[in-house]
Design a protein around this ligand. Structure first.
Ligand SMILES: *Cc1c(COP(=O)(O)O)cnc(C)c1O
Length: 390
C-alpha cells in the first residue's frame, strides 16, 4: 500500500492490521518483514552512521513492530519488550524515589508484586483503590502523587474503570496516566484516544495470540513521553528479541478475526452459564446486568473473550478443572486455544484469603479465555465437567 493511497483513504482498523506500512520488505518486496538477526551495524562512513547502530538501541525488525503497535493504539511511538512485565517495570522507571502512584486494586498479580516487593525498596509508594469509584481515586491523592495506573476490564472479575473520567481528573492534577490494555487490545479499546499517556500490553496474550511467544509493548501518547520511554528501554535493556518480534507481528495480523470469533463464542458461553442454576455468578461485560456495562460500552467497542464464573466451591472448581478435556488448564489467556484458569490457586495464589474473597476471587471462581474452537464443543465439554460434581 503506497503512502499516497493511505493518505487518500484513511484505513479502517481491520485493514490497518494487514496494511500497517511494514508488511512488505522495501528492498526485495518479500511478503513479510525480514528478521535482522544482527546485534550490530557496520559504519560504512563514520561521519554518517547507519540508522541503527546496535540492536539494544534499535533493530529494523523490532522497529517495524514498534511502529505497528503505535499505529494500532493511535500513539506517537511504540516500544517492544521481552515480556509484559518488562514493559510495565520499564515504564514505572519513569518515576523516582519518593513518588506515589495510585493503582487499581484489581491490578495484575505481577504488577502488584513489582510495586509491593521491588519498587517499594526503591522508595516508590502506592495506594490501591477500587477504580470503579472515582471518589476513592480522588481521596488517594497525595502531595507526592505522580501517576495513576489503570486496568479495565480488570482480572478476573472484569470490573470496569471509567477511563475518560479518571484521565480528565488526573490531567487536572498533572498526573501521568498509564493503562494496561491487555484484555481488550486496541481492536476494542484505544485508551490514548481518551487521553491516557501510556498504554501497556502483555502481548503474550491476545496480540501474540498463540501461546508461543512472551512479549510486552508500550505506546506513548506524546513525543516527550516517547523520548523518556526510549531512554529507559535502551538504558535498562529490556528489549524484545528479533525472532519474537517477527512472531508477534505474525500473530497480530489475525487479531481482528480472532477477537471477533472468540467474542461471539464468549457471549454464547456467558449466556449459557447464566441460564444454569448451579453457577453462583457469571462475570462478562457483555451481560446486561454486568456492573459498569454502560461505561464499558462508552469507551470500548466490544466485550472481549474472557468470561469468569463461580461454580460454588473450591472442591467443585477443582473437579471441573480436572474433568474438562478441551481447554488448556493453565495461567495465561488470549490464545487460539481456550484456556481455563483457577485464580485462587494460580494468578492470585499469593493474595491473602481475606482480601481475595473481598475482591470476589472466591474459591469457586474459574476464568475461561475463549479460543477458536467450536463453541458448541466447548460448552458440551464444560457441561460434562460441571456434571461430575454438583
Ligand atoms: C499476563 C499479564 C501481564 C504480564 O505479562 P507477561 O507477558 O506475562 O510478562 C500484565 N498484565 C496483564 C493484564 C496480564 O494478563
Amino acid at each position: 500500500m503506497s503512502q499516497d493511497n493511505q493518505n487518500r483513504h484513511p484505513l479502517r482498523f481491520e485493514t490497518r492490521l494487514l496494511h500497517f506500512g511494514g508488511e512488505i520488505d522495501p528492498t526485495t518486496g518479500a511478503s513479510s518483514v525480514p528478521i535482522y538477526q544482527a546485534s550490530t551495524f557496520h559504519h560504512e562512513d563514520v561521519f554518517a552512521p547507519p540508522v541503527h547502530d546496535y540492536s539494544r538501541s534499535g533493530n529494523p525488525t523490532r522497529q517495524v513492530l514498534e511502529d505497528y503497535i503505535a499505529l494500532l493504539e493511535g500513539g506517537v511511538q511504540g516500544f517492544a519488550y521481552a515480556s509484559g512485565m518488562a514493559a510495565i517495570s520499564s515504564t514505572f522507571m519513569m518515576l523516582s524515589a519518593g513518588d506515589h502512584i495510585i493503582v487499581t486494586e484489581d491490578v495484575y498479580g505481577g504488577t502488584y508484586r513489582l510495586l509491593t516487593s521491588i519498587l517499594n525498596r526503591m522508595g516508590m509508594e502506592c495506594t490501591f483503590v477500587d477504580m470503579t469509584d472515582l471518589e476513592q481515586v480522588k481521596r488517594a491523592l497525595k502531595s507526592n502523587t505522580k501517576a495513576v495506573y489503570m486496568e479495565t476490564p480488570s482480572n478476573p472479575t472484569l470490573k470496569i474503570t471509567d477511563i475518560g473520567a479518571i484521565t480528565a481528573w488526573a490531567q487536572n492534577h498533572g498526573l501521568l496516566t498509564i493503562l494496561d490494555n491487555t484484555f481488550m487490545t486496541p481492536y476494542y479499546q484505544r485508551p490514548i484516544e481518551q487521553g491516557v499517556d501510556i498504554v501497556l500490553h502483555s502481548a503474550t496474550k491476545f496480540l501474540g495470540g498463540h501461546s508461543d511467544v512472551l512479549a510486552g509493548l508500550a505506546v506513548a501518547r506524546t513525543e516527550s513521553i516517547g523520548v523518556q520511554l526510549k531512554q529507559l528501554q535502551n538504558g535498562l535493556g529490556t528489549v524484545l528479541g528479533v525472532q519474537d518480534s517477527w512472531l508477534l507481528m505474525r500473530g497480530m495480523k489475525t487479531l481482528g478475526a480472532r477477537m471477533t470469533h472468540s467474542e461471539q463464542s464468549a457471549a454464547k458461553l456467558a449466556a449459557w452459564l447464566t441460564g444454569r442454576n448451579d453457577i453462583e455468578a457469571v462475570y462478562y461485560p457483555g451481560l446486561l446486568n454486568h456492573p459498569g456495562r454502560e461505561i464499558h460500552e462508552k469507551q470500548c467497542s466490544g466485550y472481549g473473550a474472557v468470561v469468569s464464573f463461580d461454580v460454588g466451591s473450591g472442591e467443585r472448581a477443582k473437579k471441573v478443572l480436572n474433568a474438562v478435556r478441551l481447554p488448556l488448564v493453565a495461567v495465561s489467556l488470549g490464545a487460539v486455544e481456550s484456556i481455563l484458569s483457577y485464580p485462587a490457586m494460580m494468578s492470585h495464589a499469593a493474595m491473602g484469603e481475606k482480601v481475595r474473597h473481598e475482591r470476589g476471587i472466591t474459591d469457586g471462581l474459574l476464568r475461561f479465555s475463549v479460543g477458536l474452537e467450536d463453541i458448541d464443543d466447548l460448552i458440551a465439554d464444560l457441561d460434562g465437567a460441571l456434571g461430575v460434581f454438583r
